[in-house]
Design a protein around this ligand. Structure first.
Ligand code: NAD
Length: 499
């Protein structure tokens, strides 16, 4: 069995604990990908010491040169796209079409970052005094601790890592314990592209033994976390106490709204992809379907027929629509919510059980599940399930649909299907989400636009696009007074003084 290592202090090294965990294929648990380090705070401490040296060197490299390395990273990802997608499906489960898209998002993020190395704009503004310049510019911050979830094993680490690096920070990367192989491939590519070794550190292990010590380390001033709202609260409490800069991207309970005038065939494709793509394990997955009463019964009939025909299986086999859940805990959580939905009185229309077909017994598979007659007060209408379960809610008017959409504590994405341009723009204004799609599903973020949610989904920062570069850099202001006399701001500002 292949044994993988951490990358600390410029070398591939064993964990200080000497302990490892097994990474298994969720579609067939007999297939072991390899053993990965079960590291602890000692490994984190070593990584921080080295990353501080890496930061000292890297912050002096001109940003356009930093960007050039990211361009090479993008080129290498292009040449290894198929191999990475295959490795990702093997450890994460989603079909190859999706893992190819996950790698492509990393490639897009690399090329965007490469170009950003030539921008990183500050401002030059007129001073209120004569013969004086006033400007703002960006400085790197230090060692960035990046804590990632399992569902986008390549895209999410690159959303964090590439802007952090272009801004001149060094990075400690903690991948989710279910997807350590893809994280390892990413670090290999960064090194092959010429990133100075101490600028990147890779520490494998659990959230408690590696994630928490990284967040608590006093020499890591910057934390970017994507994961559940519960874990994000723990991370946020520590960062608040230690005055750290923190970006949180957390849970969602996203809704697709279909109004009576919608193109139903189009809305159907959107609902299938939004709810059951990635086995419902996307932060932007459609987990609520809000249907206006005129099309409710007809649309539900169309949907159930298509969902019953979806094919569960190994994501590396052609013809598979839906892969397994990530692990047994995730499947048990789905089973729990199916029980809760039934106990609350919702109608189970399809799914609601493990598949009975042969060949799926050794994976964490679960049938795509639809509940109808869900009330906004039912738990399956407002709690994140993170699996292939769709809750259907019936409404009378667009306004009621907006109100139901906004009634949950999360606010990542929403989607509206209608042919009415006025209602579309009203929705963009009224829906309390970071992203709203019109006539497209709740998923489909592009790398060059800001990504993130409102309310309990985030803490106001964004990943992707230009805004994330502000998170990974500190604004500094410089004044240059070339008058040769003391000029006092706010005091010597009257006309005629001095020349
Ligand atoms: P998770 O919270 O269980 O784990 C995320 C990461 O945090 C993992 O690397 C884990 O090891 C680490 N971690 C766990 N405990 C920790 C602690 N005490 N201190 C520091 N780190 C710790 O989440 P997950 O199951 O990997 O991912 C699913 C969740 O992520 C869902 O809630 C989903 O909505 C969310 N998500 C959000 C976005 C977004 O952009 N909003 C994107 C993807 C996933």
């Amino acid at each position: 069995m292949k044994v993988f290592k951490n990358f600390i202090n410029g070398a591939w090294v064993e964990p200080s604990t000497g302990a490892y965990f097994e990474n298994r294929n969720p579609a067939d648990v007999n297939d072991v990908v390899g053993k990965f380090p079960l590291s602890n705070a000692e490994d984190v401490n070593r990584a921080v010491v080295s990353a501080k040296r890496g930061f000292d060197l890297w912050k002096r490299v001109p940003a356009p040169q930093r960007g050039d390395i990211l361009r090479k990273v993008g080129d290498l990802m292009v040449s290894r796209k198929e191999e990475i997608a295959d490795a990702m499906t093997r450890e994460m489960g989603k079909p190859l079409t999706e893992t190819r898209g996950d790698v492509q998002e990393g490639i897009d993020t690399a090329y965007y970052a490469a170009a950003e190395g030539r921008r990183l704009f500050g401002h030059t503004v007129p001073s209120e005094l004569r013969n004086k310049w006033a400007m703002s510019y960006r400085r790197p911050i230090g060692v960035a601790g990046l804590i990632c979830p399992f569902n986008f094993p390549m895209a999410i680490p690159t959303w964090k890592m590439f802007p952090a690096l272009v801004c001149g920070n060094s990075v400690i990367f903690k991948p989710a314990e279910d997807v350590p192989h893809t994280g390892t491939l990413l670090v290999e590519i960064l090194l092959e592209a010429g990133l100075p070794p101490e600028v990147i550190q890779l520490v494998h292990g659990t959230g408690e033994e590696v994630g928490a010590p990284l967040v608590e380390h006093p020499d890591v001033p910057l934390i970017s976390f994507t994961g559940s709202t519960a874990t994000g609260s723990l991370v946020g409490a520590t960062c608040g106490r230690m005055h750290k800069r923190l970006s949180l991207e957390m849970g969602g309970k996203n809704a697709q709204i279909v109004l009576d005038d919608a193109d139903l065939d189009l809305a159907l494709e959107g609902a299938l992809w939004g709810a059951f793509g990635t086995t419902g394990q996307r932060c932007t997955a459609t987990s609520r379907l809000i249907l206006q009463k005129g099309i409710h019964d007809n649309f539900l009939g169309m949907l159930v027929e298509r969902v019953k025909a979806m094919k569960l299986g190994d994501g590396r086999k052609s013809g598979t629509d839906i892969g397994p859940l990530i692990n047994d805990d995730a499947r048990r959580k789905v089973e729990h919510y199916v029980d809760v939905g039934q106990a609350d009185g919702a109608d189970l229309l399809c799914g609601g059980r493990r598949p009975s077909e042969s060949g799926l017994d050794d994976g964490y598979f679960y049938e795509p599940t639809i509940f109808a007659r869900v009330e906004p007060t039912h738990r399956i209408a407002f709690e994140e399930i993170f699996g292939p379960v769709l809750s259907v809610i019936r409404v009378s008017t667009p306004e009621e649909a907006f109100q139901v959409n906004n009634s949950v504590k999360y606010g990542l994405s929403s989607s509206l299907y209608t042919r009415d341009v006025n209602v579309s723009f009203r929705a963009l204004q009224e829906l309390d989400n970071g992203i709203t799609y019109i006539n497209a599903p709740t998923i489909g973020a592009e790398a060059h636009l800001p990504f993130g949610g409102v309310k309990q989904t985030g803490n106001g920062h964004r990943e992707g696009g230009w805004e994330v570069y502000e998170f990974y850099s500190e604004t500094k202001v410089g004044y240059v007074d070339y008058s040769g006399v003391l000029q006092r701001a706010q005091i010597d500002t009257y006309l005629g003084t001095p020349d």
